[in-house]
Design a protein. Structure first.
Length: 313
């Protein structure tokens, strides 16, 4: 009996052990089949949604916004293309800029200054004697005068220089007082220079004829010499005034113009004094008669020429 009970106990114990092992295996299988795959599936779903969200954010950042869509639209791209094409056409087919300022006047003034410098350099002795006679720095006036008269070439050049500078100054005066001879500035300048040279040529010939007729050759020659000496100095003196009148603006322009009138008036008064002293040595002449001569042969012809120009033009 004891052996029977022992065998039965062993059988029951082994059956209990196997039952516990089966339940443990079943639990493991249930965990593997039920719990772990579910967790894995939930983790995979979460990872997929996170990846989808990140991909959507990346694609949103890569896709253009409203302003970029407007810029990337076919219409805007066409406009950009047209703008580029028009810019290229403008750079290729653009016209050259034309300047209508005072460039030609500037170059002409440079030419006048260079011409004076060349004359000054080429005829140094003549200019030295010219300034000595004008400023009366020597007592040998007659000897210096004879030296100047023996140099006809620089004298002719300086007379021409006076016509160029004084003609340009008269042209500025006509423009300032709005008395145009012609609308073209340079054509009017030619008229001024030509008129000025004609006046002094007629005056020179008239004085020569008068001196020959009345046997006053010494007096007329002295007067002609003084007149043309003052004209040469006037042509030199007008150079800085021409430069300022060409490019200055108000109120500097009016100041320069008044200052030039004062300088010209002083030169004319100085010429009147020198010529009166020279003529009085040769002819018995009082100051009243000389003033009448100045008005008759200096001012009235200029007024008549001005009146004639106003009637013609």
């Amino acid at each position: 009996m004891k052996h029977c009970y022992l065998i039965l106990f062993c059988c029951l114990f082994t059956a209990a052990i196997f039952a516990q092992a089966g339940s443990a295996v079943a639990k493991k299988d249930s965990i593997r089949k039920d719990n772990i795959p579910g967790k894995l599936d939930s983790l995979r779903i979460k990872d997929f949604t996170a990846m989808a969200d990140s991909l959507s954010s990346i694609t949103d950042s890569l896709l253009p916004n409203d302003s970029q869509r407007a810029l990337l639209s076919p219409h805007s791209l066409q406009e950009k293309k047209e703008i580029k094409v028009s810019a290229i056409d403008f750079t290729k087919e653009g016209e050259k800029k034309s300047f209508t300022g005072k460039e030609l006047l500037f170059y002409y003034l440079v030419f006048l200054f260079l011409l004076f410098g060349l004359l000054r350099r080429a005829f140094e002795k003549y200019f030295t004697d010219l300034f000595r006679v004008f400023f009366r720095t020597t007592l040998k006036q007659k000897q210096v005068r004879e030296q100047l008269l023996q140099s006809p070439l620089p004298s002719v050049f300086m007379n021409g220089f006076f016509v160029l500078s004084a003609g340009l100054y008269i042209n500025f005066l006509l423009q300032h007082f709005q008395i145009p001879v012609t609308e073209n500035f340079w054509l009017q300048y030619l008229w001024c220079a030509g008129g000025l040279s004609t006046i002094y040529l007629v005056k020179f010939i008239g004085l020569k004829i008068t001196g020959w007729l009345f046997n006053l050759k010494e007096a007329t020659d002295s007067y002609i010499f003084i007149v043309f000496i003052i004209n040469k100095m006037l042509g030199i003196m007008l150079l800085p005034f021409l430069l300022l009148l060409a490019f200055a603006r108000e109120p500097l322009y009016s100041g320069v113009l008044v200052l030039s009138w004062v300088a010209i008036a002083l030169l004319l008064i100085y010429r009147f004094i020198l010529s009166y002293q020279a003529v009085r040595k040769e002819v018995k002449l009082n100051s009243f008669h000389f003033i009448l001569y100045v008005f008759a042969f200096e001012l009235i012809p200029l007024l008549l020429i001005y009146k004639l120009l106003m009637v013609i033009f």
